[in-house]
Each structure stands twice: as structure tokens, then as C-alpha cells.
Design a protein around this ligand. Structure first.
Ligand code: NAP
Length: 498
């Protein structure tokens, strides 16, 4: 068995297998360390906007989170620790990127070509993360820029922005974290905002040693805190997925926040969204508005039209800059990995999806036997922890492995189609579809192929049991070639190639 990716998804899968006594698997990770998005994103101010107590594996609580909301380094340390503690590291191949993977119908295995050799595996679990490949905008002239330019997800730590004139492009969840940190050191910060976001105060605080000791001595206290946060967050799902008018209170709160922090009416107008609260991801920051109103910061209510060797042009004006920081997000509905997975009819997942990812329970795809996606289509949340969703998926995969008993299965197309029709019907009334904004939740065909349309416990319920009746055996080329013995999860010859 091969798992691609060693972030929360891939590690969660690997740990669950270890806990079940399974040893015959490899984890392929293109990065130089485990951690996934928390290894890749090292921009100043990087922090999770889900509370620490909820943003962790249910089976590996951490009593000593230093803050209410975990910082990138703390999450990375936690994931490293989990990988070590549960014995995943000996299975993990770092700096090993999946280049191509093809379903070999004759052998009923995935033939996988990696940057470090070939492997074959009966089961392929793809956990590349949803937000792992940075999106750089195609701005005219961008290649001619003679200063330093980089994306927040590939922060250039060799370049010191101190004293420089810096353009920050984008005003999403990343930008609101990075801007206050670099504002302190740059000479001038130009923030290019195409669309303002709804911003609510971030109530983050250090967790003192007394609380940490309490959690260490009485884990039930932390479980209770976790359950409280979970329950509170879940109430948001009703507004986001069923009745967006329930979010009006939050919108009023965000308006009040803006009014209290920004006194110039013209600036307030520029910062007021024209779409419903929750349509784009809500921004959690107590520092964003004070940053934008600081003397060395200018908010430009437009995207960048053109880049010149030493300047950027926007809103009819040219501004000289030394560096450009792109906080322009990712392209989750066009995951690069999908271009490299080839199913039963020889087409890649990207070709089958044609810009609109679809799967059954965000996990299995018809025509791609024994492939399991973690954090696949329609699994993302606007209100709670993705780790909860990943654990649900991992349990589902474990159920599948037990049912398959060494065989091969693919989801029935009619099951997948009916499921996706249901998901889309539910999403039609969600704030993401009706709120009047454009966001990365909608793909290039205008379909919401990203968000889960209900409560997270509903996803848990749906994935609780793997139902073999929803699956069928994939077409075989040569049944005689099958090597389907239980436990024959990784081709031994192939394993040696890595
Ligand atoms: P994002 O939400 O997609 O925001 C990208 C920003 O770049 C938007 O403001 C977008 O403007 C702007 N943009 C894109 N192309 C542009 C162009 N050509 N010219 C000008 N502006 C352009 O990306 P993100 O901020 O990196 O966040 C992505 C996701 O990562 C979040 O939604 C969240 O799920 C996750 N995240 C979480 C945290 C956290 O836990 N605190 C932190 C960071 C990220 P428009 O809005 O007009 O498109």
C-alpha cells in the first residue's frame, strides 16, 4: 500500500494502519520533512484559525499547546512528534515525489513512478492536501520584475524585507496574518485588495502552565474543552449550509469591528464587502485593520494590472517596489496530482474531472479502483477542523481495506453520481453558492466542488461504515495475473527500488 503525502491526512492514515498492526505500506512525501502544509507554509505570522484543542488527532491529544490557536511551528512539531511516536517514520520516504501512477488492470495494482524509483501497490491513498500548490497570478510583465518576488507558501527566508517597499497582493486568510508581521519592518507596504473580506477579532491568547498541567493530569478536562469548541463551531454549519440569514448576526459583528477600528468613512467603504458573511472564508484578525491604517501602509482597492522591472501598476498609478509578496492562494479544484493518476480507461483523474472534481464521500472515484483520496472533493469546511473530516475518511478507508481483503474495488458510477447530485442540491442553498461572492470554493465550471454541505457529524455518520454493495470489482485484463493475497500490499521488488 502506498500513501502519498505526510501531512495531517497521510500521517493520520499511516498512524491508523500502525495502530491496526499493519506494516506493509510506504508513505511518499515530496517535501524534505513531514507536516504537509504546516511544513511548506513558513510565512511570518502563520497560524491556524481553528483552536488548538480541536486542531489535533482525537487519539493524540496534546496537553501543552502554548496558545489557544496553534502557531505553524507548534503544529509542525506536533506532527513530527506523532510521526515518530506512532512509528511512521521508518515507512516514510522524504523528498520522494509521485510523478505518475497508473492502474494496472492485469495485476490489479497501482504502478507508481516516483522521483526516487518505482513502486507498485495494491492500494493508493492520495493525501496531497487541498492547499498545497501555490497559485501565482498571470500578471502582464511579471517575468520582467527585477526585484524579489515570491508566494507566501514558498517564503523566501534568504531575503530580508527590512526597509524595503513591498507590494502585498491578495487579502485572504494568509494576507491578514502576514501583513501585520512584515509591516513592522518594511519601509512601505502596498496592499492590493481585489475583494475585501469580512473580518472578526481574533481572540487568541497564551495557554498558561496551570491549564497545561490540568490537561495533562485530567485529560477529560481537555476532552470537555474540545467538545465545547466542536459544538460551538458546529452551530455555524446551519448558517453556512442551510440558512445563510442565520449569519446576519456575525455580519453585524464584523461591521461593528470595522466601524470600531477604521474611522475614515472612505477607507471603511473600501473595506466593506458586498457579499454575505461566510461566502468567502471569514477572516480572523485583530491586527488587519490597524495594519491597513498604519502610516507606512497604503491600501489599493484593486488587483495588480501590470508589473514593470521596478514597479507595479494598479488603479491607474505606478508604485515603485523592491519586492512583491503574492498571498494569492491556491487552486484546489485543479490539483496537480490529478494530472498524474491514470485510471481504468487510461484517462487521468484531471481529464475525467475536467475542472470539476467529483468523488463518492470525497474519497473514492469510479474508474479509479483501490484509490482513496483524503481531503478530496466536497470535504472542506468553513467552520471547523479538517482533522475531524480526515479522521472520518481514514476510518472509512480502514473499513474498505478490511472489506476488500486483498481484492480490488471501485465505487459504482451510479452511487457516485447520486451522491454528487445530492451534495450539489444541498449546496445550492449554502452561503458559498448564494452569498454573491467569487471564491476558490467554486471551480472553473462554476460548481462548488470543494465544500461539505452539512454538519461534520453528518460526514462522520456517512463514512462510518464501508458498504460493499456500493462498490464493484473493476474490469480485469487478465485475471490469471492477479496477486490478491491478503497482506500483499506492496510489491517487494518495487519497495526495494525506493
Ligand atoms: P485565498 O483565500 O484564495 O486568497 C487569495 C487572495 O489573493 C484573495 O484576496 C484574492 O482576491 C487575491 N488574488 C488572487 N489572484 C489575484 C490577482 N491576480 N490579483 C490580485 N489579487 C489576487 O488564499 P489564502 O489567503 O492563501 O487562503 C487560502 C486558504 O488557506 C484559506 O481559505 C484557508 O482555508 C487556508 N488558510 C488558513 C489559514 C488559517 O488557518 N489561519 C491561514 C491561511 C490560509 P479575490 O478575493 O478577489 O479573489
Amino acid at each position: 500500500m502506498a500513501v502519498v503525502g505526510a501531512g495531517f491526512g497521510g500521517l493520520g492514515m499511516a498512524i491508523e494502519m500502525k495502530r491496526a498492526g499493519m506494516d506493509d505500506f510506504v508513505v511518499l512525501e515530496r517535501g524534505e520533512d513531514v507536516g504537509g502544509t504546516w511544513f511548506a507554509n513558513t510565512y511570518p505570522g502563520c497560524q491556524c484559525d481553528i483552536p488548538s484543542n480541536l486542531y489535533s488527532f482525537s487519539f493524540a491529544r496534546k496537553a501543552d499547546w502554548p496558545r489557544a490557536y496553534p502557531l505553524q511551528q507548534d503544529i509542525l512539531d506536533y506532527l513530527r512528534d506523532c510521526a515518530e511516536r506512532f512509528g511512521v517514520m521508518p515507512h516514510t520516504h522524504l523528498g520522494c515525489e509521485l510523478l505518475e501512477a497508473e492502474w494496472d488492470a492485469g495485476a490489479a495494482r497501482w504502478r507508481i513512478e516516483t522521483s526516487r524509483g518505482e513502486v507498485s501497490a495494491r492500494v493508493l491513498v492520495a493525501a496531497p492536501g487541498l492547499l498545497s500548490d501555490p497559485k501565482l497570478p498571470r500578471i502582464p510583465g511579471i517575468d520582467r520584475f527585477e526585484g524579489t518576488a515570491f508566494h507566501t507558501a514558498a517564503w523566501n527566508h534568504d531575503h530580508d524585507l527590512s526597509g524595503e517597499r513591498v507590494a502585498l497582493v491578495g487579502t485572504g486568510a494568509t494576507a491578514v496574518q502576514v501583513a501585520p508581521r512584515i509591516r513592522e519592518k518594511v519601509r512601505r507596504l502596498y496592499v492590493f485588495q481585489r475583494t475585501p473580506g469580512w473580518v472578526v477579532p481574533h481572540v487568541d491568547k497564551p495557554i498558561g502552565p496551570r491549564r497545561q498541567r490540568l490537561y495533562a493530569r485530567f485529560p477529560a478536562a481537555q476532552t470537555l474543552a474540545r467538545a465545547g469548541i466542536y459544538g460551538l463551531r458546529e452551530t455555524f454549519a446551519a448558517g453556512m449550509t442551510r440558512n445563510p440569514s442565520l449569519l446576519k448576526g456575525m455580519e453585524a459583528y464584523a461591521r461593528l469591528n470595522l466601524r470600531l477600528q477604521v474611522h475614515d468613512p472612505e477607507m471603511r467603504r473600501r473595506l466593506t464587502p458586498d457579499y454575505a458573511f461566510g461566502c468567502k472564508r471569514m477572516l480572523l484578525s485583530s491586527e488587519w485593520y490597524p495594519t491597513l491604517t498604519a502610516p507606512n501602509v497604503e491600501l489599493i482597492p484593486a488587483g495588480v494590472e501590470e508589473v514593470r522591472p521596478h514597479s507595479v501598476v494598479a488603479h491607474g498609478a505606478e508604485r515603485e517596489v523592491d519586492a512583491i509578496v503574492f498571498a494569492t492562494g491556491f487552486a484546489p479544484s485543479e490539483p496537480p496530482l490529478a494530472r498524474h493518476l491514470r485510471g481504468t480507461d487510461g484517462r487521468t483523474l484531471a481529464e475525467v474531472w475536467a475542472g470539476s472534481p467529483r468523488a463518492y464521500l470525497g474519497t473514492t472515484v469510479s474508474g479509479f479502483p483501490n484509490l482513496f483520496l483524503l481531503y478530496g472533493p466536497n470535504v472542506n469546511l468553513g467552520h471547523s477542523s479538517i482533522v475531524y473530516m480526515l479522521e472520518s475518511q481514514v476510518r472509512y478507508v480502514m473499513g474498505a481495506l478490511e472489506t476488500m481483503r486483498g481484492g480490488a474495488l471501485e465505487v459504482r458510477p451510479e452511487v457516485q453520481d447520486a451522491y454528487n447530485a445530492e451534495v450539489q442540491e444541498q449546496l445550492a442553498r449554502s452561503v458559498w453558492n448564494t452569498g454573491g461572492c467569487g471564491s476558490w470554493y467554486l471551480d472553473r465550471n462554476g460548481i462548488n466542488s470543494i465544500m461539505w454541505p452539512s454538519y461534520t457529524f453528518e460526514f462522520r455518520r456517512r463514512t462510518r461504515r464501508f458498504d460493499p454493495a456500493e462498490y464493484r470489482e473493476p474490469p480485469l485484463e487478465d485475471a490469471a495475473d492477479l496477486a490478491l493475497e491478503h497482506g500483499d500490499v506492496l510489491g517487494g521488488d518495487a519497495a526495494g527500488a525506493l
